[in-house]
Design a binder for this molecule. Structure first.
Ligand SMILES: NC(=O)C1=CN([C@@H]2O[C@H](COP(=O)(O)OP(=O)(O)OC[C@H]3O[C@@H](n4cnc5c(N)ncnc54)[C@H](OP(=O)(O)O)[C@@H]3O)[C@@H](O)[C@H]2O)C=CC1
Ligand SMILES: O=C(O)[C@H](O)CS(=O)(=O)O
Length: 490
């Protein structure tokens, strides 16, 4: 591939959206630790040099957020809804530019990046509306002279740590309910993809969100900033999306302050195809579910179980569809699969391919895990079994492993045989089977005859070691509220 340079500023309709400084207390500041490079995963070139904030500067951002929070909480829900709506409108008005910034730093195809902007914006629209509906309650007194009321109040300063795979939506899915609830917010984006977070600061300023309410603190140091978030007494809420491994670290650190945590962690989604499934629909769903963001999502199908009566037909149809998929630069028209975020991400996919081959699986499509830069051909394997690494670990890449099963109870047992419990999917038409399987799967999310479950109106989250709490839906704002019980003697 010819070396291309990503001259991002010249690509934007509004070049001022490409901001590289940090947004703290309503001011744009440089990093005490200089800058760190943001590179384009397709081309390897430097897209921008971004302010590298020190832990002390992040502590300053937390202080600014604390100072701004009480005033922000004094606004009515309707007033907060008004500026959140403006924030949403600005996102959608600049969707193309925000999509290009996202593709430049994360690599996903531009159409998919623009889709993420709309998905991310939907949380701001939704929770702006929810800001007006933070209801308390009155409870009949336990004594004749007692009156009981319950208030919902914002928890205070919320801090977020988010990953590179959805650099816009993972922030808005947290910031939107937080701000709607009356919290203030300090966002530390992944070092790979800070630009999509910083531009949300540009739009927050333009929307009239008060200084200090929304802050973005890019940094090349993840652990030091994580410790600041967990140890600073002004932070009352930590919200994280990323690996279960890092989630455990953060929860341990947050325990010293008994800090409320929301955790959206790793997944190992089973995708089950029963013999009464619509096979064409199942293939379409499997492709959407497996290869969205090049397999780099926590809800991607990680294991594909196909009942023996339709196994060969499904494998043939899936292979025929996947081999038409185009791998390439996210800015290139017609590309279905962009690069992986780093060479290390590719190594993990290759490790799973090699392990499965060594234990008897066969590659029916793909290049044996060979990387071309950060590009990896989509790979399909048959003859995959539970003893292989791919059955227990999140691959996070374009590998579709096909397992064969006979009995419904067996496949439910195999699907549940994991420490994870985020998303699961199955295709079937028999109604009693649909009910039985949906109830038996130990997951926070079950997709029935669909491979895409992501929406702002539903409660997204996992059980077991896939996380704590829910994001999205009217439930999502509860994670940013405290309940206060008032007992009044009359
Ligand atoms: N459930 C989900 O949605 C996601 C799951 N994953 C899983 O995690 C695996 C690794 O992906 P990766 O992006 O490295 O995920 P990580 O969990 O390592 O990183 C997620 C975020 O946490 C930050 N981080 C890492 N270590 C610490 C720490 N000790 N203290 C505070 N913050 C920290 C990272 O910063 P930085 O990137 O700057 O180092 C990033 O912003 C993937 O293969 C996948 O299995 C990954 C992303 C999303
Ligand atoms: O972290 C992720 O992979 C996202 O939560 C998946 S989704 O919400 O975009 O479906």
């Amino acid at each position: 591939m010819t070396a291309l340079t990503t001259d991002l500023k010249s690509m934007l309709a509004d070049p001022s959206l490409l901001e590289t400084r940090a947004y703290v207390g309503g001011k744009w500041i440089d990093g005490e630790d200089g800058t760190f490079d943001v590179t384009n995963p397709s081309r390897g070139d430097i897209v921008a040099k971004v302010a590298d904030l020190s832990r002390a500067q992040v502590a300053g951002a937390i202080a600014q957020a604390e100072a701004a929070q009480k005033e922000w909480a004094s606004w009515t829900g309707k007033e907060r809804a008004g500026v959140l709506r403006k924030w949403f409108d600005l996102m959608m008005a600049n969707q193309d530019d925000l999509g290009m910034i996202l593709t430049a730093e994360q690599g996903k195809p531009l159409a998919e990046a623009k889709g993420e902007i709309a998905y991310g914006a939907s949380f701001i629209e939704f929770f702006g509306e929810e800001a007006k509906r933070i209801y308390g309650e009155t409870i009949p007194g336990h004594q004749r002279d007692k009156r009981i009321t319950v208030l919902k109040q914002p928890i205070g300063v919320a801090a977020s740590i988010t990953p590179w795979n959805f650099p816009n939506a993972m922030i808005t899915r947290k910031a939107a309910p937080a701000l709607a609830a009356g919290c203030s917010f300090v966002a530390r984006p992944a070092a790979e993809t800070p630009l999509s977070a910083i531009v949300m600061g540009v739009l927050a300023e333009r929307a009239g969100i008060p200084a200090g309410v929304f802050n973005v603190v890019p940094s090349s140091s993840s652990s030091a900033i994580g410790k600041e978030f967990c140890e600073n007494p002004a932070v009352r809420k930590l919200t994280f999306t990323g690996s279960t491994e890092v989630g455990r670290i953060l929860m341990k650190q947050a325990a010293d302050q008994v800090m409320k945590c929301s955790m959206e962690l790793g997944g190992n989604a089973p995708f089950i195809v029963f013999d009464d499934a619509d096979l064409d629909a199942a293939v379409e769903g499997a492709i959407l579910c497996k290869f969205r963001n090049n397999g780099q999502t926590c809800v991607c199908a990680n294991r594909i179980y196909v009942q023996s009566g339709v196994y060969d037909a499904f494998a043939k149809k899936l292979t025929a569809a996947v081999e038409k998929m185009k791998v390439g630069d996210g800015f290139e028209a017609g590309v279905d699969l962009g690069p992986l975020i780093t060479p290390e991400a590719g190594s993990k996919v290759k490790e799973h391919i090699d392990d499965a081959k060594a234990k008897g699986a066969e590659i029916v499509l793909g290049a044996n895990g060979a990387m071309d830069g950060n590009f990896l051909a989509p790979t399909i394997m048959t003859g995959v079994t539970q003893d292989m690494k791919v059955a227990q670990e999140e691959t996070f890449g374009p590998l579709a492993p096909l397992f064969k099963f006979d009995d419904v109870d067996d496949v439910i047992a195999m699907a549940n045989d994991t420490i994870f419990g985020l998303a699961s999917y199955f295709y079937a038409n028999d109604l009693s089977r649909v009910y039985k399987v949906a109830e038996a799967l130990e997951y926070g999310i079950v997709g029935v005859n669909t491979g895409i479950i992501s929406t702002e109106v539903a409660p997204f989250g996992g059980v077991k070691q896939s996380g704590l709490g829910r994001e999205g839906s009217h439930h999502g704002i509860e994670d940013y509220l405290e309940m206060k019980y008032i007992c009044m003697s009359v």
